[in-house]
Write a protein that binds this ligand. Structure first.
Ligand code: SAH
Length: 478
């Protein structure tokens, strides 16, 4: 098989980014924009030893699962990968992906997986969008999203998975920028000013946050910008984030208020949260409530337990758990998020939580060692050191009943998992946004004293290949 040759094939599977997979003359080909069930004509773009990448030239016979994407830009824009696949099939694909990873990577035989939790309405579900701002062909500032795997900007005014109010905000931002000649960022030369506009919308509170990410300290015509944006219903926080680095990381470390507060509020299941621009907050609040309820159910709390919430962000899961736990410890690396978490506990009148700032893989092992030593010293005996000071350590959190982890895509650091195994909780509840690293970590836990009980995927990211998942691990007694 050579580059530029054309073949007909049937798409029979889907890859992790939602690309179609099929075989031509026995060779596996990956075809972007083709969906399961399509009969397609493709052109080979790149061949590897045992597989290749091909471009979709023609849909010879469309799949019965193929739908007309609602967004006319869905094929160009890198945001959505599988909008052409009907939503039911998207869910099926995601469930299968979780199963495959648990079987192949974690080595589980037929793991019990509860049915995926889908969205009632898979549009306008995101509460956060980060629009890159660049110079359009006519020199004017434009906003949109990058095409897949590039930094080529596709202008998008009304993203169908984002909040409808984004369109108004972006229109006003661009109008003020173009009226006053405020420069968009230019990546090639690392010049220009406005890199991104981050918008967050509190689905329950209706509060809006706009954060300008600048390659510089000041936004010219800031007053005009603020005066325009603050007229939009719900506007609560307008801030500037300085990021002068040559990097793909969107946000810099400092935030300054232009207008209003430096945070917005939102609510999940009756708990109120303040959210700062630098803090993580789940992007799909409706599904997040369902996700957290599953995590709660898997934690099996009765009201007295000691719990750790690793990678706690602004303390959302911690505060959920605190309602049915004795004491909750949270740990998170972003200081602003921990500041939010502490305030959130206060706002909700919750006092049985405690937050630590730092990397979980550093903070938790250090904490565990310290408490172990203290307990052993209190006992002043060799025996106590050997048994981990277990009996003496009540009230310190070193031997919790439940540990919840919710790491970023790269999963948990192995030192953290090792410490969790030493802490020996009854249950580990793993909340994951990447089932491959989840499966890797499940394997580790299975090899170190835990048994996989069950898992449940939740669709947080409709039309993308990503899937969220909760898994329950139970301590084994031999
Ligand atoms: N449980 C929270 C946050 C989950 S996202 C929620 O549901 O909202 C993962 C979080 O882990 C982010 O807040 C990120 O800042 C944090 N994080 C990333 N690496 C970390 C590390 N090494 N140690 C602790 N927290 C980390």
């Amino acid at each position: 098989m050579r580059k530029n040759e054309e073949y007909n094939l049937e798409i029979t599977d889907m890859g992790i980014d939602g690309e179609g997979i099929g075989k031509a003359e026995g060779v596996t080909l990956f075809v972007k924009d083709a969906v399961i069930g399509d009969l397609v004509r493709v052109k080979i773009m790149k061949m590897k030893k045992t597989y290749g990448y091909a471009r979709l030239m023609e849909i010879v016979k469309p799949s019965p699962y193929r739908v007309e994407p609602k967004c006319p830009l869905s094929r160009q824009c890198g945001g959505c990968q599988i909008q052409s696949l009907c939503y039911e099939k998207q869910l099926e694909f995601k469930e299968k992906k979780v199963r495959n990873n648990l079987e192949r990577i974690a080595g589980l035989g037929n793991p019990f997986i509860e049915p995926i939790v889908g969205m009632e309405e898979p549009y306008h579900f995101r509460n956060k969008e980060q629009f890159p701002i660049r110079k359009g062909k006519d020199g004017q500032a434009v906003a949109g999203f990058f095409a897949a795997r590039t930094h080529h900007l596709i202008p998008v005014a009304n993203c169908l998975i984002g909040a409808p109010v984004n369109e108004i905000i972006i229109r006003e931002v661009l109008r003020v920028m173009n009226q006053h000649g405020i420069e968009p960022y230019e990546e090639e030369t690392h010049s220009g000013l406005v890199r991104h506009v981050l918008i967050r919308y509190g689905f329950t509170s209706k509060e809006i946050m706009v954060c300008f990410v600048l390659n510089g300290e000041e936004l010219p015509y800031a007053k005009e910008m603020a005066e325009t944006l603050c007229k939009i219903d719900g506007m609560t926080s307008i801030t500037i984030n300085v990021n002068t680095e040559k990097t793909n990381v969107i946000l810099g470390n400092t935030v300054r208020v232009l207008w209003g507060r430096d945070y917005i509020m939102d609510e999940l299941d009756g708990i109120r949260f303040r959210i700062s621009p630098l803090s993580f907050y789940q992007v799909n609040p409706r599904q997040t409530e369902k996700l957290y309820r599953i995590a709660m159910e898997y934690a099996e709390l009765t009201g007295t337990e000691t719990v750790w919430d690793m990678y706690c962000g602004i303390g959302t899961i911690s505060l959920f758990l605190s309602r049915r736990a004795g004491h909750v410890y949270g740990v998170e690396v972003v200081p602003q998020a921990i500041e939010d978490a502490r305030k959130n506990a206060e706002i909700n009148g919750i006092s049985n939580v405690e937050f630590f700032v730092g990397k979980a893989e550093e903070v938790v092992p250090r904490y565990y060692e310290e408490k172990r030593r203290e307990a052993a010293e209190a006992e002043k005996g060799k025996e106590a050191i050997e048994n981990g000071g277990r009996a003496e350590a009540s009230g310190t959190g070193m031997h919790p009943d439940v540990v919840v982890v919710d790491p970023p895509r790269k999963g948990c650091a192995q030192v953290l998992l090792a410490t969790i195994c030493q802490m020996a909780p009854e249950r580990v509840v793993y909340v994951s946004c990447d089932s491959a690293t989840l499966a890797r970590d499940v394997k580790y836990l299975c090899e170190n004293g835990y048994r996989y009980v069950k898992g449940r995927p939740v669709d947080q990211f409709g039309h993308s290949g990503h899937v969220e998942c909760v898994v329950k691990m139970q301590r084994k007694y031999i």
